[in-house]
Design a protein around this ligand. Structure first.
Ligand code: UT7
Length: 325
């Protein structure tokens, strides 16, 4: 018998403020167009936090939705693993703020910081907690408020990102140890700090400011497709599955051209890829659980489906998870 971390519920939260590309086009100093944003990134709109929204409040809202979907309460949860690069404060963790918002007085909670790869890292950590017997039920959340770290004068970044949160509830279940099991079948994590200057925030405790996101987008792009396809193949090999068995790719939603290029390299047609980048923009660690929640609501991800999820971001850090829903 093999212990598996099985998805029991999924949910998300998006701020009510929707910003269309036209709003950026109307900013004369920015010198951008709806056409450029759409053709270069696939993004048409994104949500931005309003006054009441913080990373932890959005995370708690997504967690409540996932718990409702799992027919569980916060009392059932042993651990909260929250992927974010935009926690409300330097500390305590956004995860402990979620614990407090949900009224959880037991278990443990911590943040994972791997930027856009954060949710894949969080899933791998939650899986490790479950298969090692340290937790039976884990809330895995991705939540971001990237609008707080945008330089609104930098057209090469400020049009690309959005805010939001998504969450999964994972629960331990005995499996047979084959790729027919439900739950997480394999994970693959990578990082290479030589590329840390390609995507970073120029603030933190060393500057006394929270700083702004800086990105050499075309350099990140050059790494993305190759590294994403490679990590996906490694995770699929570990899981013992082939491309023709995969039902859905749920990719990190940064750029439609990266999503298409990776799917092509993986030999999986675009009608088996969950795409939300047009409506959410790049929500960093929130993008995969948001896409899972929206995909599930669209009827794209069904019980028993074999799913590959992959992401890359600042670090560079990248990885993939293979799971059967
Ligand atoms: O999620 C974390 C990981 N991040 C990513 O995966 C992002 C990866 N990178 C990308 O998605 C793409 O590189 C971008 C969407 C960021 C940019 O697309 P690109 O095709 O790589 O364009 P580029 O950066 O090479 O810029 C092309 C041109 C430049 O002008 P010149 O030098 O050719 O005259 C830019 O100045 O587009 C210009 N440009 C813009 N023009 C209008 C850059 N941003 C804008 C803009 N509007 N918003």
């Amino acid at each position: 018998m093999t212990m598996r971390a099985v998805v029991r519920g999924v949910g998300h939260y998006l701020p009510t403020r929707v910003v269309e590309n036209a709003e950026f086009e109307a900013m004369p100093d920015l010198d951008t167009t709806d056409e450029w944003i759409k053709t270069r990134s696939g993004i048409e709109r994104r949500h931005f936090a309003t006054d009441g929204d913080t990373t932890s409040s959005m995370a708690a809202a997504a967690a409540r939705a996932a718990l409702a979907d799992a027919a569980m309460s916060a009392d059932d949860i042993d651990a909260v693993v929250l992927a974010t690069s935009t926690a409300d404060l330097t500390f305590p963790s956004a995860a402990t703020m979620v614990q407090s918002a949900l009224g959880m007085t037991r278990g443990f909670a911590f943040d994972v910081q791997a930027v856009c790869a954060g949710f894949v890292y969080a899933l791998a950590n939650a899986n490790a907690l479950i298969i090692s017997g340290q937790a039976r039920r884990v809330l895995v959340i991705g939540a971001e408020t990237f609008s707080k770290i945008m330089d609104w004068t930098d057209r090469s970044t400020c049009v690309l990102f959005g805010d939001g949160a998504g969450a999964l509830v994972l629960e331990a279940e005995d499996g047979a140890g084959t790729s027919a099991d439900r739950g997480i079948l394999a994970t693959d994590l990578n990082s290479d700090g030589r590329y840390r200057d390609l995507l970073y925030v120029d603030g933190g405790v060393s500057t006394g400011t929270s700083g702004y996101l800086r990105m050499q987008g075309n350099q990140v792009f050059r790494h993305a497709v190759e590294k994403l396809a490679s990590t996906a193949h490694t995770a699929m090999d570990r899981a013992g599955v082939t491309a023709d068995e995969v039902d859905w790719i749920v990719p990190h939603q940064a750029n439609i051209r990266i999503i298409q290029g990776t799917a092509k390299k993986m030999n999986i047609p675009m009608d088996q890829v969950v795409v939300t980048v047009q409506d959410h923009g790049n929500t960093s660690a929130a993008s995969i659980p948001l896409a899972m929640s929206v995909g599930r609501a669209r009827g794209q991800l069904k019980d028993g489906d074999l799913i590959v999820t992959e992401a890359i971001g600042g670090g560079l850090a990248w990885g993939a998870v293979v799971l059967r829903w």
